[in-house]
Design a protein around this ligand. Sequence first.
Ligand code: URP
Ligand code: ZN
Ligand code: ZN
Length: 537
Amino acid sequence: MAVRAFSSPRRPLRSDAFLLLVLFLVSVSCSTSETQGFCAVGYESDCGLSSEKILIKGGTVVNAHRKEVADVYIEDGIVVSVRPNIKVGDHVKIIDATGKYVMPGGIDPHTHLEMEFMGTVTIDDFFTGQAAALAGGTTMHIDFVIPVNGNLTAGFESYMNKAKKAVMDYGFHMAITKWDEGVSKDMELMVNDHGINSFKFFMAYKGSLMISDELLLQGLQKCKSLGAIAMVHAENGDAVAEGQKRMIDLGITGPEGHALSRPPVLEGEATARAIRLANFVNTPLYVVHVMSIDAMEEIAKARKAGQRVIGEPVASGLILDDSWLWHPDYTTSAKYVMSPPIRTSGHDKALQAALSTGVLQLVGTDHCAFNSTQKALGSEDFRKIPNGVNGIEERMHLIWDKMVESGQMTVTDYVRVTSTECAKVFNIYPRKGAILEGSDADIIILNPNASFKIAAASHHSRSDTNVYEGTTGKGKVEVTISQGRVVYEDGKLKVTPGSGRYIRMPPFGYLFDGIEKADAAYFASLNAPIQRTKSAA
Ligand code: URP
Ligand code: ZN
Ligand code: ZN
């Protein structure tokens, strides 16, 4: 019997006209990608019809809370049953997963698709970025809406429009770049009407996205009242601007100047400041792209003291070091420019240890890809290099190899940091982040004995470069199932533009449990105001 405890809205049937439009969009948007294994389809086409009934047999099913050898039966986009020896009739696609891991599809909490930034637009849109994600075992991501001239509603509409070609499920965070009554009201609208439950505050990028402490404080208070998670890009933007000037004065104009101008201490300072302000307000805080020991230790200290702080390392910070920024070839070095910067060797290993011990909770990518022509914008001045690296396709493989294959992390913890914790933090668990009866059928099958190799020539991003070029490792996602359909198998993608669904994320997730009680205890402890008698004299 189909269980639909977490049922999702079904897509309405498309009209032929719409299907034609979709196929037209595909021919426009993926013409360069067809050579790399895309097969963009409607429901029935040359690529074949994806089965709506699937039985995954004999694999090790991994959830964050346990693993077991079991079969998984999927019908109509939903997990119907998880148990050994499921029997099915005809017309069911059977996938043998013996000796392989069957896991919830990855959820990437941090991406920037088709984002206008630093005078250009990220090269991957909601088609190519999501196709790349599916090829790498990620079945949902949460992208950052950037307001249009500070206007949240205009920003939301613009991103809903960009996402029309989506091929998998996605949600939105919203950046806050200015403060007034309209922004405050629009935050209510975003949470109550549009399914956004997180807002990001940039403490860096002076002159564009950066906000003041005063705004951060207002924002934290507003987030608390709405049950929305406050997120921070934590770097001291004023000091970064000063550091950049210092490098230029020294004649350092190349990509290495990027790392030198914004050292870890500036990330540590801003992380500490945001944590203290969130503590003052008593609201949960989510620190995006934790890149340094300095920031990680601030998070560790706060969590030890009982504060609700979530730390998100990203694949680049966990895997790479900054030696690339000193590479003599400009194109090679510029592709590693992101903020906060990729740090010196040692920070990567410390972040891995923090992830495996639970000091940091979940892994993102900050997928913000620019091609080499875009990166060339800063060839005379590192301050003009568009900041960002790829990762949406590579994250699941890199984290498996670096953390699980190396023995640093258990398989259940792998599922937790790549999928489940994200679903929990953003309040969409167990619809997402689990293989349980009633969960969405977003599932991957990973072969621990197969290997992967990363190369720009074969990846699905539109970028002509890859920061993990040449990286090899063990553990390969062989099958990706999204919304109950096999979308990646035998190295081939079968994706349907327009099939991606916007996932609404309700406010007041688990991080808000007990906040009111803590506030009440705080007010009770004040022992004030004191009722004083006026003296006669
Ligand atoms: O360099 C980065 N991280 N680019 C994307 C924007 C951001 O700060 O997240
Ligand atoms: Zn950022
Ligand atoms: Zn980002």
